[in-house]
Structure formats: C-alpha cells, structure tokens
Design a protein around this ligand. Structure first.
Ligand SMILES: Cc1cc2nc3c(=O)[nH]c(=O)nc-3n(C[C@H](O)[C@H](O)[C@H](O)COP(=O)(O)OP(=O)(O)OC[C@H]3O[C@@H](n4cnc5c(N)ncnc54)[C@H](O)[C@@H]3O)c2cc1C
Length: 288
C-alpha cells in the first residue's frame, strides 16, 4: 500500500520541532521510530499533511540517572531500554517489558515516547510504567509540564497530551531496598502485542507488603491499575493464600475488551493468572 503525498520535514532540535508543529497546525504529525505512524499512513488511517521527523534530536535519545530518578529520553528505542545496565539495575521490569516488544526490527526502531504517545491498548509500556509510578515530561513552545502516569492514559488511543506537546522524557523512581519488580505478558501469537500484560512493583518490610503497584495493559481500552488487588495485598504477609485471594480482584471495576484474540471473560481469567505470576516474581526479587 502506498501512502498519499505529504510534506516531510526534519527537526534537528526541539525548538525547530515546535516551530514546524505550529506551522503545520492540526495536520502535522511527529515521526519518531515510524513503526506505528508509517503503517497507519499506508493504510490511510492517518493522513497528516506534514510529517515532522524528530528522530535526529539526540538530546531525547539517552538514559541517565538523576539522583533517585532514572530518566529515559523519549526517542530511546526499545532495544536500548532492554539492554541498558541502569534500567536493569534500577527498574528491572522496564527492561523486561522493552525486551518482549514485537521483534528485533520493531525493538530497534520503535521508541518509548512514540509507544506511549500512540497509547495502543495492547502496548507493553503502559502497564509497566503504571506499576513503576512514572512521570511523563511533555514540552511545547509555551513550556514544560510533568504528567503523572496515572493521569496519562485516558481512553482508547488517547492520552493527556495536548496539541503541540512533545514527550521529551519519562522519569522513573529508582526501586529501593526490599522492592522487587516484574513484567510479564500473554502475547498475541501473531502480532506479539499484549493480550494481557502485567507490571508489578512490590515492597516488603519485615515480611509484610508495605507498598504495591500493579499495572495491567492489553485487557481494557487503556491500561489501568489493579487497585483492589493492591489494597488487599497491602499489609498482608504475602502468603500463597493472600496472593491467590487478592488476584481474584485483578480486573475488578474494569470493562474488558472482547476481540478475536480473547473474550472479555478470558481476559478476566488471564488478568488474575498473570497478576499472580508477576507478583510471585516481584516478591522473590524483593527478598533478593
Ligand atoms: C509488527 C509490529 C509489532 C509490534 N509489537 C509491539 C508489541 O508487542 N508491544 C508494543 O508495545 N508495541 C509493539 N509495536 C509498536 C512499537 O512498539 C512502536 O513503539 C510504536 O509503534 C510507536 O513508536 P514509534 O517510535 O515507532 O512511533 P511513531 O510511529 O513514529 O509515532 C507514533 C505516534 O506517536 C506520536 N509521537 C511519536 N513520538 C512522540 C513524542 N516524543 N511526543 C509526542 N508524540 C509522539 C507520533 O506523532 C504518532 O502519532 C509493534 C509495532 C509493529 C510494527
């Protein structure tokens, strides 16, 4: 399939990108790794008049540690996230999620910023970033703002980003002593996207769960936290029975998707099974 004709512009800096975006108005689209935008244009699901290539802005393509925060530039591709020593040391589940995205070609081109901006309900990062309590930093020509990940994914393919904003980085609190994380998914066998993907971060103090965040992707129109499961686990000693009971509530309060990959009922089942497995891995890692 061949896309219609459009203008292609390259931005070498954020300032240039803002100016090109404002010139293009609502008919402009940013191009990062192109692994969603280009297929969508070929299928004519997306028809921007101007494509603004931001992939050369090197400031947005790095992973750094700033005190207790790991900062992942928006243009960092999935393979780099998966291979990063800092990611694996300080936020292991993020590296795990990056490493199971698509195939090597997708991981070498697709970027973390493009992935979350697109907000595909079956993407891997939304679940793991919810569990890691990340913050998304977005900039525009009128300034910068930080968006808590809990407020970022708002609906199917929709986020809290407004017109003219570019995600510049994702900030993730470094996991401390006694904290373990894990990301696992039940992949669609054809696309490798998540039918259900689960990120867990759990903290143990004197054998009791003192903090817990669970993010689920793939199951609903946008990623959500398994809030009831989190509440049931808090303060428990994480016995097999406690975990089993808590996981029954993994999808509580959510309207789950039903499609060719899985019915809503099957997704409810997958949520509880996958949450249980991810909790067990995270607990093992928290114990060390
Ligand atoms: C065959 C295949 C299999 C895949 N499997 C998986 C999978 O298993 N799991 C998974 O999570 N993903 C999967 N993906 C998606 C892939 O992970 C890409 O990350 C995703 O397509 C978007 O990233 P990108 O950098 O390619 O963005 P692009 O395609 O360049 O852009 C996507 C959208 O985000 C916008 N955008 C890009 N960067 C920014 C930014 N910094 N700020 C604001 N807006 C921005 C663009 O304007 C566009 O609307 C798959 C893709 C393919 C083609």
């Amino acid at each position: 399939m061949i896309p219609y004709s459009f203008d292609y512009k390259v931005a070498d800096s954020l300032e240039e990108a803002f100016s090109l975006l404002s010139e293009a108005g609502e008919n402009g689209a940013l191009l990062a790794g192109g692994h969603t935008l280009i297929p969508a244009m070929k299928l004519r699901l997306s028809e921007p008049d101007t494509v603004i290539d931001i992939s050369k802005i090197s400031d947005l393509n790095q992973i750094t540690k700033d005190g207790d925060i790991l900062v992942v530039g928006a243009l960092t591709n999935h393979a780099t996230v998966a291979r990063s020593g800092d990611v694996m040391t300080y936020c292991r589940s993020l590296g795990e999620a990056a490493g199971v995205i698509g195939d090597p070609q997708v991981r070498n081109k697709g970027t973390i910023g493009g992935n979350i901006a697109h907000a595909d309900p079956a993407s891997d990062y939304p679940g793991v970033l919810l569990s890691l309590n990340a913050t998304v930093v977005a900039k525009s020509d009128s300034g910068s703002r930080s968006i808590a990940i809990d407020d970022f994914f708002t609906a199917l393919f929709e986020t809290a980003l407004t017109e003219g904003e570019i995600i510049t980085e994702i900030q993730i609190p470094v996991l401390g002593e006694g904290t373990g994380s894990a990301y696992i998914k039940f992949p669609n066998p054809a696309s490798r996207y998540a039918v259900v993907g689960v990120g867990v971060v759990i903290t143990l103090t004197d054998g009791k769960c003192t903090a817990c965040r669970i993010g689920i992707t793939g199951a609903a129109d946008h990623a959500f936290r398994a809030s009831v499961t989190e509440e049931v686990l808090l303060g428990s000693d994480l016995s097999t029975d406690d975990i089993e009971a808590a996981c029954q509530h993994a999808a509580e309060g959510q309207e789950l998707l039903s499609d060719l990959a899985a019915s809503a009922n099957y997704r409810v089942h997958l949520c509880s099974v996958m949450v249980k497995r991810a909790i067990n891995i995270a607990v093992e890692r928290a114990i060390g």
